[in-house]
Design a protein around this ligand. Structure first.
Ligand code: HEM
Length: 434
């Protein structure tokens, strides 16, 4: 063996030892990091379980079972129901089969879905600081940017305070700001005789007034093609955004009672708050509509740090339940507001009169179309006033408005729905204008 080849062999043994040591070092670092993570996770898990015990938590009463790995059968069923416009009906079926608070493990992650008013109150009010909005920011950013709907913590507080002042100022204003946009809608309705789908008209009215109020300039969707295009694009963007969110019209049934609107308004087109306050039936019609069709039917919060929900644990689901950091808790206002044990056996019927008298005085957190707690809707008064104003003008202009002959009647909740971030009727709200 030559001196040269001996030298080469020594060099390659040296290289091999170096590579082996390097690998051993990498494996050692990896194992140490894993062991460190594992220790932190088990310590945290034990601390969480102790926290749960101290707070009287018991294992969840109702757990969603699945047949395929990672709950893919449940995901598949959800997508199918979504395509048919029946997603909320499917969720209702699950709640009916299981219970008001359900644990779900899907695609490897565990979380909860609830329609229990006590849990909803904890999420939105008493335990507000234990939850956040999760990935809503990234999922919605492309559509609505960084603002009050997507922010948490100090940034949200800042936006809320800024906008709140705007809204408080507006509360003292008359309803003058609605007039121009409502008249644009009435003109567009007058130009479309016969059977008309009211849903897109009211959708545009909301868009025009809201954008005019917030940005100081209306998109005038009834007047210009561009505005019309904007309103359709906005709906498309909401739909895409909702699909993204899921991966991480109000069915407006006006049942006239006497002629409240015409008797209060006569021919007066200058509608004021005082007029609207003299329309108690219109008020409960809106209230009942928002009960059966809350525009934001589903919502989610994510647990910031280990905490407790008051219900869902133990064999009967009435004991507290542990919620660990990172777990999502979805709450369905849609299903909660249709519960027979809370609203009576006719919960699935449209009966505005249920809001008269004392029948529902104790309903509290079980009626929540505008959310509750610190993140309660800032546009509640604006939305209710606009709906009252718009409906009153339509009825005043078309007093004989009725369902078109042969229009299909479906059980409430069995109709095809268009579910984006907000809920509307997939087949619109067709009426005959005479
Ligand atoms: C019937 C009509 C409306 C309903 C049912 C409704 C419902 C809701 C709901 C459920 C939320 C809570 C969302 C969440 O935190 O996850 C919300 C938030 C909000 N709404 Fe409305 N809304 C309506 C109309 C409006 C209008 C017309 C405006 C503006 C002009 C508006 C402005 C806001 C704002 C700024 C927030 C965010 C509050 C915050 O996060 O602090 N809303 N709304």
């Amino acid at each position: 063996m030559s001196v040269n080849s001996l030298g080469e062999q020594g060099e390659s043994t040296y290289k091999l030892t170096k590579i082996t040591s390097l690998w051993l070092l990498i494996i050692f670092i990896f194992c140490s990091a894993w062991a460190h993570r594992y220790t932190i996770k088990t310590t945290k898990y034990r601390a969480d379980i102790e926290f749960g015990k101290r707070n009287g938590c018991r294992p969840p009463a109702f757990v969603l079972s699945y047949k395929w790995p990672f709950g893919l059968d449940v995901v598949r069923r959800g997508f199918k129901a979504g395509r048919q416009g029946k997603l909320l009906a499917l969720f209702g079926w699950y709640f009916g089969q299981l219970g008001p608070t359900v644990e779900l493990t899907i695609l490897g992650g565990t979380g909860f879905a609830t329609m229990d008013p006590e849990n909803v109150e904890t999420l939105l009010s008493t335990g507000f600081d234990d939850f956040h909005l999760g990935r809503r920011n990234s999922a919605m950013k492309a559509m609505i940017g960084d603002g009050i709907f997507t922010q948490d913590g100090p940034a949200w507080k800042h936006s809320r305070e800024l906008l709140r002042r705007n809204f408080v100022r507006m509360q003292y204003q008359n309803l003058e700001g609605f007039r121009e946009h409502t008249e644009n809608m009435i003109k567009a309705l007058q130009d479309s005789a016969g059977i008309v789908d009211l849903q897109p008209f009211f959708y545009r009215l909301t868009l025009d007034t809201t954008i005019a109020m917030i940005l100081g300039q209306s998109v005038e969707s009834f007047r210009h093609e561009l505005g019309d295009l904007f309103s359709r694009s906005f709906d498309r963007a909401s739909s895409v955004t909702a699909q993204r969110l899921r991966l991480g019209d109000v069915y407006w049934a006006y049942v006239p009672k006497g002629c409240e609107v015409t008797s209060v308004l006569g021919d007066d087109k200058d509608i004021t708050r005082a007029h609207i306050q003299r329309m108690p039936y219109l008020h409960i019609v809106l209230k009942e509509t928002l009960r059966l069709y809350p525009p934001v039917p589903l919502n989610t919060r994510f647990c910031k740090h280990v905490t407790v929900l008051p219900r869902g644990g133990g064999p009967d689901g009435l004991s507290p339940m542990l919620v660990r950091e990172g777990m999502p808790v979805a709450y369905s206002v849609y299903h909660m507001q249709r519960r027979e044990d809370l609203y009576g056996p006719d919960a699935a019927s449209f009966r505005p009169e249920r809001w008269e008298g004392s029948e529902l005085v104790d309903i509290k957190w079980a009626y929540l179309p505008f959310n509750g707690g610190p993140r309660m809707c800032l546009g509640k008064d604006f939305g209710l006033m606009l709906a009252s104003y718009g409906i009153a003008r339509v009825i005043q202009t078309f007093p004989n408005l009725k369902l078109p002959p042969g229009e299909k009647w479906e059980d409430l909740g069995a109709e095809r729905q268009h579910l984006t971030i907000v809920l509307s009727n997939a087949d619109g709200c067709k009426v005959l204008l005479e």
